[in-house]
Write a protein that binds this ligand. Structure first.
Ligand code: ZN
Length: 74
């Protein structure tokens, strides 16, 4: 009898695991998890887009690298 209960428990766990994986793949299980979108800025020296965290901000203007800061100064 205990083997039968163990079998039921195993099937239940397998069903629960399988169902959980299926729902997470997008059958109305909620919005897909996206990484936070970083704000993009445009280099004032060359016009390239880059994430704000990668940009050099000098006097309020974003740059992709120090060379473009120098070029813009001249
Ligand atoms: Zn640049």
């Amino acid at each position: 009898m205990s083997k039968f209960l163990l079998f039921i428990l195993f099937v239940g766990l397998a069903w629960w695991w399988f169902r959980g994986r299926g729902v997470s793949r997008g059958l109305g299980g909620g919005a897909p998890v996206n990484p936070p979108v970083e704000r993009m800025v445009v280099c004032r020296g060359c016009g390239v887009y880059l994430p704000e965290s990668d940009a050099l901000v000098v006097r309020g203007h974003p740059y992709c690298c120090a060379e473009h800061v120098v070029r813009d100064d001249g």
